[in-house]
Ligand binder design. Structure first.
Ligand SMILES: *[C@@H]1O[C@H](CO)[C@@H](O)[C@H](O)[C@H]1NC(C)=O
Ligand SMILES: *[C@@H]1O[C@H](CO)[C@@H](O)[C@H](O)[C@H]1NC(C)=O
Ligand SMILES: *[C@@H]1O[C@H](CO)[C@@H](O)[C@H](O)[C@H]1NC(C)=O
Length: 635
């Protein structure tokens, strides 16, 4: 059963095809490796940039090559062999030569980094064209260390590797220069770059890394875009369903426009949760958000839209839908109608111009290969290699400027910290965040990540909410701020408040009032509603928040019992009641004593008489008692 289901699903996915898949062109991005000594092997070679770690785009690195005596494939930690690659001060950094095979490329690089080296050269084990060393995608334990890889790595051809090994074993000092200056073209003072992304937020680690990157990179991207330094374009990969299958259930649930634009089912389960077509639809919306924002010369708003959508409309919370997206569009001041128009009709049996352009862009042009993996970053029409992290990507973008035209953000001491950049986005439409104009409160904050919407902390009271649509004071002290958003009113020196400081319920009308507790609480007319003061002799008068009740004659109104009682009679009654208590108490004590006395006396007499009588005649009922005694005596 399970297997059948699996095959069925697999079949469903196999139906989707990537444009240009049959003759896919994957370009291996390279950097230069120049041997500077010894003289006899001097020369320049290509090496392939690993798709993890931090390639030093725009820079160079010199090092001395070491080929370890043991653990040559670097599949184990070098600690186990007592090997360290830390270079002594004053000497060149260490580049470690390792052999391909037996374990993930990324694990080799991680092991070498842990041992203190500055770069890794992996020697291919067969004669072939250079390939890209990719990071393992599905291995969760690998994901943890891959994030921490900070050194660059390069794959070199087998023959070149053999040359290096021979020189090292011959006792030569081998020095090389790794050069990434030409890894990204840098023709002018503007960098064009693309991010091939996806709105699906439920594909596991890969989606998590992508979402984290987008959030993290947003601030830098917006600074670059607003300064006119870059021209950014987001892209989305779509698949298509072969003509013969467009009416199948799989294609219908995964595609829009009659099988023309598809995405794999997010949960890989057709029967539950979101369908592939939901993802295509949201991808299309994000493309249109970009187009509409770009038309109004604010292309950077796309970054706000995608990060806000991630936060506000996740699949997990079942909010991945049009309604939630419209809320984000509205809060960012984008033209919702234009976006709708751009998206067109998903059920129409014709091309969608926006998505058609995306499919065309997927096919590689010039020096750029086809885009087949997500996410992919393309800088000046070259595919970026390295880890998906702000500092590493920024390095690559900065390497795309013609020298001396780099913006300040590229020159800050280390590109790794862009903390000094503020975007002032909150001035524009309050950044689309929650605000309370009357109380001069806002959830918008300028940070180095761009603006974020986060409920404020006011006089020690933390506001709670999503930061976009609503924020309200929460926790202790909340009633001190704007009365916790609850109703309050005072009349003639008497004040009432519906705010509760503790517990789940925040606003509740006080006793004597009814209402929604936030906007209003109305006085309850206890007299009219006959909820109090209903005794025959009393007269009722409603007051604000309460009522007054007076009894006729010399009767006294007892509020707790809602009744009238005579002052005199109550006293007499209570005296009688006290005497009754004492009398009953005494009677019970007497009775008890009598019972004890009677019982003990009788049982005493009983046993005496029985003992005496037993000496003269056998007694049925007590036959055994004497016998026992005699038995004991005998023993
Ligand atoms: C990666 O780095 C983080 C933070 O520096 C650290 O907490 C984590 O343990 C590291 N992971 C591994 C596998 O070393
Ligand atoms: C964005 O706008 C610029 C000009 O303002 C234009 O050159 C570019 O092609 C636009 N991008 C898209 C994807 O429409
Ligand atoms: C609102 O608060 C900010 C700082 O919190 C202050 O600079 C500004 O003057 C205030 N505006 C008004 C109208 O009170």
């Amino acid at each position: 059963m399970e297997l059948r289901r699996f095959l069925h699903l697999l079949h469903g996915f196999m139906l989707l095809f990537l444009i240009g898949e049959c003759h896919a062109k994957f370009v291996v991005e390279k950097n230069n490796l120049r041997v500077t000594s010894p003289e006899k092997i001097k020369g320049t070679h290509d090496s392939a940039i690993g798709n993890f770690g931090v390639p030093q785009y725009g820079g160079t690195m010199a090092g001395a090559v070491v080929y370890p005596k043991e653990n040559r494939k670097a599949c184990n930690s070098f600690d186990e062999f007592g090997i360290s690659f830390k270079s002594k001060s004053g000497s060149l950094p260490t580049f470690v030569l390792v052999d391909r095979g037996d374990c993930f490329f990324a694990l080799k690089v991680w092991n070498v980094q842990k041992a203190g080296a500055s770069a890794v050269l992996v020697v291919d084990d067969i004669e072939e064209e250079l390939i890209t060393m990719d990071a393992p995608e599905e291995d969760l334990s690998a994901v943890k260390y891959i994030e921490n890889i900070t050194i660059p790595s390069a794959l070199i051809e087998k023959t070149f590797g053999d040359t290096l090994k021979k020189a090292i074993s011959g006792g030569d000092m081998v020095n090389v220069n790794l050069d990434w200056r030409e890894a990204v073209p840098h023709p002018d003072d503007r960098v064009e770059y693309e991010l091939w992304t996806n709105s699906n937020d439920e594909c596991g680690v890969k989606c998590d890394i992508l979402m984290e990157f987008v959030k993290d990179f947003k601030g830098a991207a917006q600074v670059l875009e607003k300064g006119g330094y870059t021209q950014f374009t987001p892209h989305y990969i779509t698949w298509y369903c072969p003509q013969a299958f467009t009416l199948s259930r799989q294609c219908k649930s995964q595609c829009i426009n009659h099988g023309r634009y598809c995405a794999p089912d997010p949960e890989q389960d057709f029967s539950s949760g979101y369908d592939g077509k939901d993802v295509v639809n949201e991808n299309l919306r994000q493309l249109c958000v970009f187009r509409v924002a770009n038309e109004s010369h604010r292309p950077w708003v796309w970054w706000d839209y995608v990060t806000d959508f991630q936060i506000r409309c996740p699949m997990k919370a079942k909010k991945y839908n049009k309604e939630c997206a419209d809320g984000v569009i509205k809060s960012l001041g984008l033209d919702g109608k234009k976006i709708e128009k751009c998206m067109g009709d998903p059920d129409a049996d014709r091309e969608n111009p926006v998505l058609k352009e995306e499919q065309d862009a997927q096919v590689g042009k010039g020096s750029r290969g086809d885009v087949t993996i997500l996410p992919t970053i393309v800088v000046n029409n070259r595919q970026y290699r390295g880890k998906l992290a702000k500092s590493a990507v920024l390095k690559a973008i900065c390497a795309g400027f013609e020298e001396t035209t780099e913006p300040a953000i590229c020159l800050t001491s280390a590109v790794t910290s862009v903390t000094d950049v503020e975007t002032n986005e909150c001035l524009d439409n309050n950044g689309g965040c929650w605000q309370d104009k009357a109380a001069n409160l806002t959830a918008c904050k300028d940070t180095f990540r761009g603006r974020i919407c986060e409920c404020p902390l006011v006089n020690g009271v933390q506001f709670k909410g999503d930061g976009y649509g609503h924020c309200e004071p929460g926790g202790p002290g909340r009633c001190t701020i704007n009365n916790g958003g609850c109703w309050h009113e005072s009349r003639n020196g008497i004040a009432y408040s519906a705010c509760l400081d503790k517990g789940e319920v925040k606003c509740k009308c006080p006793p004597g009032f009814k209402g929604d507790a936030t906007n209003s609480c109305q006085d309850i007319d206890e007299c009219k509603e006959k909820t109090a003061c209903q005794c025959p002799d009393c007269s009722c008068k409603n007051t604000w928040g309460s009522y007054e009740c007076t009894c006729s004659g010399d009767l006294l109104y007892i509020r707790e019992h809602d009744t009238c009682l005579s002052k005199a009679r109550t006293e007499v009654r209570s005296a009688w009641a006290a005497m009754w208590v004492i009398f009953i108490g005494l009677a019970m004590a007497g009775g008890g004593a009598y019972l004890v006395y009677k019982y003990r006396l009788r049982s005493y007499m009983d046993s005496e008489i029985r003992a005496i009588m037993a000496q003269y005649m056998p007694l049925d009922s007590a036959a055994e008692v004497p016998n026992h005694i005699s038995d004991d005596n005998r023993a």
